[in-house]
Design a protein around this ligand. Sequence first.
Ligand code: HEC
Ligand code: HEC
Length: 156
Amino acid sequence: MRRQDRTRLTRAAVLALWALAAAAQAQAQDAPRLTGADEPMGDVPAPPVADWIINDVRVGRNYPEQPPVIPHGIEGYQLSVTANRCLECHRREYSGLVAAPMISITHFQDREGQMLADVSPRRYFCTACHVPQSNARPLVENRFRDMLTLMPVGEE
Ligand code: HEC
Ligand code: HEC
């Protein structure tokens, strides 16, 4: 191949790459930013502080494996290596006394599926999976759809 041809080829490849990168950037800008639509460095009024939803009404789950959300306040509840306030109500031994739902059987299983006598270490830090809710405005539109609306039960 002549040297000139090779240079032309390289130039074409660089151009193609540049076009790809530009297209990818245009697409990336289509995704909503988590910080909202405002200009990043502009003066914007602070959003109102959201209220926690602490009405004690248990919330239905959106899919079977969902960790249920926390319907009560957890402010000031200690959750550390030495103390777990959540378990003072949700542990099997105490749940009857305070009418709190017991941590489910999966919380007693280790990673091999073996049953333990007490909560498994991998389920110890409750708030890694269970979170309280607030009335904050969602940062991005939620287009989640219940699986049952996509694949109605009983229909082939
Ligand atoms: C003082 C007792 C108490 C403490 C402490 C407590 N809970 Fe609860 N929890 C309850 C009760 C009672 C309910 C049932 C709904 C209600 O009354 O709020 C509940 C409900 C829940 C639910 C909803 C369960 C479902 O099936 O919908 C979750 C999840 C939960 N708590 C997690 C936690 C976590 C995580 C902590 C620690 C950060 C915690 N709880 C601390 C008493 C407690
Ligand atoms: C690794 C994620 C994870 C962690 C950590 C975790 N959970 Fe859960 N939890 C779940 C999931 C998923 C479910 C629903 C399915 C199930 O029962 O396993 C659930 C269910 C529950 C329920 C409802 C039980 C029922 O029968 O309705 C309660 C109450 C609960 N968890 C409390 C806790 C508490 C208290 C802790 C901390 C000691 C904790 N969970 C830690 C994932 C977690």
